[in-house]
Design a protein around this ligand. Structure first.
Ligand SMILES: [Zn+2]
Length: 416
C-alpha cells in the first residue's frame, strides 16, 4: 500500500552536507524526498497528508562498520561456541535497536548481515538498510582465523555459512570474493593487517601479499564492489592503498605519509573510535586482546586526530560487534562514534556529515542516494527533540530520537 504524503516541519533542518536551515519543511512521497525548502514556501498538501512538527530534522544516520555476530563477547573464538541459528536470532533485536537510535543504514563488514539484509528487505523483521560484506576474509593465521582451533574446525565453520574465511594465494582469494558475491554481498572486506581480537597475529604486520590484495580488489571491481580493508599497521595501510581498496578501517598507525597517500587515492577512513574506547569494558575480553588493546588504543586516538587535522575523508563507524542489551559493544550505541569524533577535533556538524552525507560513499558504486536531505533522495530521516549542534551527546541517547523514517516509512514515533 502506498504511504500517504507526509510533510515534516522542522525548526532546525540539518541537511547532512552544507549549512543547517531554520524553519524548513520537507515533503515525503513514495519513499523519496519530494520537496525541501523554507517552511513559508512549502506547497499546500492534500487533506489526507500527515503533517509533523519537530524541533530538529536530519538524515537517518549510518554506521559504516558493524558486525551482526550474535555474540555476547568480542573475542572471535566465541563464534565457535554459539550455534548459528541462535546467533542469527539474537541479531533480530540488535537490528531493531539500531533503527530506534536513528540509524537507517548500516554497512556490515563481516557477519550475518547478508542474510539479515534479505529478511529485513522482505519485511519479516525490523531494521536499518543493511549493506553487507558477507565473510571477514584473511590469510591463514590472520585476523579471520581462530588460531587455537584446528584448521579443519575453522574450515568447517566457514563451509557451514560461518563468517570467518581464510584463503591463500591468488586462486583462493579470487574464489573468496566470488563466494561473497554469490551471497549478494554489497562490498568485500579483507584484513590487510593483524588484529586485536585474534590471538597470535600482530596488528602492525601486513597480511596478504600485494598481489593477493590486488586480485581481491580487481575481482570486486568487476562486479562494481569496493573493498574495505581492516588495517592497523602502516605496512597494511600502504599495501591496501597500493592495491586500490576504497576504505581503510581503523587506521591505527596512520601517519602523515599514510594520510597523504589516502588523500591521493581518494580513500575514506572509517574510524571505529567507539570500540577502541569501550572494548576494555567487554566482560569476555581475552587477556591477549586486552594486551593488544592497551598498546593500540592511544595510538588510534592520535591517528584519528591526525586524519581530521590533515583533511582525510572520514566516515563514522563503530565496530559494534556484540549482541544483546548489556554488552559493552552492543547495537544501539552507534552515535557515540560522533561524540568521539568531536573529541578528536571535528565540529558537531562535521561529525554528522561523517555519519550522513559521507557515509554512503563508503560503498562506491553500490551507494544509494541517501544521507542527504535533498529532493529526489531517499527519505531516510530522523527527528530529534534537542539540537545536536549545541551538544553532540544529544544523538547518543536514543530517547532524544523522536521519529525515524526509513524509505519514507515511519518506523519510530513517540508513544501517544
Ligand atoms: Zn570490525
Amino acid at each position: 500500500m502506498a504511504e500517504p504524503l507526509q510533510r515534516i516541519d522542522a525548526r532546525l533542518l540539518i541537511p547532512g552536507a552544507g549549512d543547517p536551515l531554520r524553519d524548513a519543511s520537507l515533503i515525503v512521497q513514495g519513499g523519496k524526498i519530494d520537496w525541501i525548502g523554507p517552511a513559508r514556501e512549502a506547497p499546500d498538501v492534500a487533506e489526507d497528508a500527515r503533517v509533523f512538527s519537530v524541533p530538529v530534522l536530519m538524515p537517518g544516520m549510518w554506521d559504516c562498520h558493524t558486525h551482526f555476530t550474535g555474540l555476547h563477547g568480542a573475542a572471535l573464538d566465541n563464534a565457535m561456541h554459539v550455534p548459528m541459528p541462535v546467533a542469527v536470532a539474537r541479531c533480530v533485536g540488535d537490528a531493531s535497536r539500531a533503527l530506534d537510535a536513528g540509524f537507517t543504514s548500516v554497512r556490515e563488514v563481516g557477519g550475518y548481515g547478508v542474510y539479515l539484509a534479505r529478511v529485513i528487505e522482505e519485511g519479516a523483521m525490523r531494521g536499518p538498510h543493511v549493506y553487507a560484506a558477507g565473510d571477514l576474509i584473511s590469510q591463514t593465521g590472520g585476523h579471520a582465523d581462530l588460531h587455537s582451533y584446528s584448521l579443519g574446525c575453522v574450515a568447517d565453520y566457514a563451509a557451514r555459512d560461518g563468517w570467518l574465511h581464510t584463503c591463500d594465494g591468488e586462486a583462493e582469494c579470487l574464489r573468496a570474493v566470488r563466494l561473497q558475491l554469490r551471497r549478494n554481498a554489497k562490498l568485500i572486506k579483507v584484513c590487510a593487517s593483524g588484529g586485536v581480537l585474534t590471538e597470535y597475529d600482530d596488528p602492525r604486520h601486513q597480511q596478504f601479499t600485494d598481489r593477493e590484495l590486488r586480485v581481491i580488489v580487481e575481482e570486486a571491481a568487476r562486479a562494481d564492489r569496493i573493498v574495505a580493508a581492516h588495517c592497523h599497521g602502516k605496512a597494511g595501510i600502504m599495501a591496501a592503498l597500493r592495491a586500490g581498496v576504497h576504505t581503510i578501517e581503523h587506521g591505527t598507525y596512520l601517519d602523515e605519509e599514510a594520510a597523504a597517500a589516502m588523500k591521493e587515492a581518494g580513500a575514506i577512513l572509517v574510524t571505529t573510535r567507539f570500540t577502541k574506547v569501550r572494548m576494555r569494558d567487554d566482560k569476555h575480553l581475552p587477556a591477549y586482546a586486552a594486551k593488544k588493546l592497551a598498546v593500540t588504543a592511544d595510538r588510534h586516538r592520535e591517528a584519528v586526530e591526525l586524519a581530521i587535522r590533515n583533511g582525510v575523508t572520514i566516515a563514522s563507524g563503530t565496530d559494534t560487534i556484540t549482541s544483546g542489551t548489556d554488552t559493552a559493544l552492543r547495537w544501539g550505541l552507534h552515535a557515540w562514534e560522533l561524540v568521539y569524533l568531536v573529541e578528536a577535533g571535528m565540529t558537531p556538524l562535521q561529525a554528522i556529515e561523517a555519519a550522513t552525507a559521507t557515509a554512503p560513499q563508503t560503498l562506491g558504486p553500490q551507494a544509494p542516494r541517501a544521507g542527504r536531505l535533498e529532493a529526489g533522495w531517499d527519505a531516510d530521516l530522523c527527528a530529534l527533540s534537542a539540537n545536536p549542534l549545541d551538544d553532540i551527546k544529544v544523538l547518543a541517547d536514543p530517547g532524544n530520537v523522536s521519529h525515524v523514517w526509513k524509505s519514507g516509512r515511519l518506523e519510530k514515533q513517540p508513544a501517544s
